[in-house]
Design a protein around this ligand. Sequence first.
Ligand code: C2O
Ligand code: CU
Ligand code: CU
Length: 430
Amino acid sequence: VDEDGTRVFDLRMRAGETEFEPGRRTPTYGFNGSYLGPTLRAERGEKVRVRIENGLGEASSVHWHGMHLPARMDGGLHQSIAPGATWSPHWTVDQPAATLWYHPHPHGVTEQHVRKGLAGLFLLGDERTDRLALPKKYGVDDLPVIVQDVRFDDGELDGGRNIMQSVGFLGDRTMVNGTLSPYQEVGDELIRLRLLNASTARTYAFGFPDGRSFSLVATDGGLLERPAAMERVQLSPGERAEIVVRMRAGERVVLRSFPQDNYGDVWQRRFAGGDDSFDVLELRAAGRLRTSPALPAALGEPETPDGTDAVRGRYFDLKRSGINGRAMDMGRIDETVTRGTTEVWTVRNADGMPHNFHVHDVQFRVMEVNGSAPPPALRGPKDTVFLPNGTTMKLALRFDGPADPDTPYMYHCHLLYHEDEGMMGQFAVV
Ligand code: C2O
Ligand code: CU
Ligand code: CU
């Protein structure tokens, strides 16, 4: 924290080597270290500044995924950082407690930069949430779980795509926080997992092989109104979920990703990864566990709009070839929204393959999925949603940031290969 009360973070993007497997050095990228980046934390109301030095041999950028902030600070394609240069965005945190993340967003090579290891968590707190009886000892009963799929080719991270894999790169193993075959020893009855799907193309359906249910407490942008018991939570690239799992003394339980049945036809399931399963993280409980307080019955108060005051609707047709029939053009602003208003966006997967939809700057509410009320996993604040083939969603979004007609934000498919290939558009707040 500096003299005027601003919380300052230093990040250096660098190339290095990581020993994922003993005795094998793999070339990677990282923030400060050789792979991934430090977990940043700030409280609602706090001023933050991040000094980012680009120590890579190529241009990149750093985007604050899920953060409500001025477009010039967003770190998208228009805030490129040249090799050797430093960029210092700053803003005031003005949103509820949440599990956000940061990653590069350079035009056309985002997939590559993320795949090489550039990603980290940005956790936000707020007074009300900090007082709730949720597990909150970071690294003890409140665990960051950054999930990525990888494939090694002779010790190198292989980012190659099989031509059948129209969703992008799919690995044959998973890592948590950059660790292969990970396990975590735990000593509390209730364990909170902050799940981030930081994979570039793969969607997961997390659950436990013994069928136990867990409580979903938060989605992308913060807490649900109340905990929701479930057995599976599906996360496409970029999405987050906070779940609380009850442990039994002495047990070992594996967080697994299961095959998914909402991927479209047999071929899509097979080649888009929907048939795969992975053991993601083993939790090893101590012989005696510390008692955890029961989860609160009420968690958050929704700050996302319900759509009743919407002043306009827009339609987004998702296709691999582009959104609304157009591929991304950095010089074109596709949509202009009015500051302080609410809109309803109808997003439709009009394609033969899975996509998702991410909007910068806002946390939105899912009003409808194929004409029905959303399931519990889509009832919290969201900035990214998975749209399997044939899905239509209605989203309510409120744009209350500062106006800046010249600097757009992005919306895009967060399957990074699709994004890089042009499944992205730009909106400006005026
Ligand atoms: Cu997580 Cu536009 O990105
Ligand atoms: Cu984003
Ligand atoms: Cu896509």
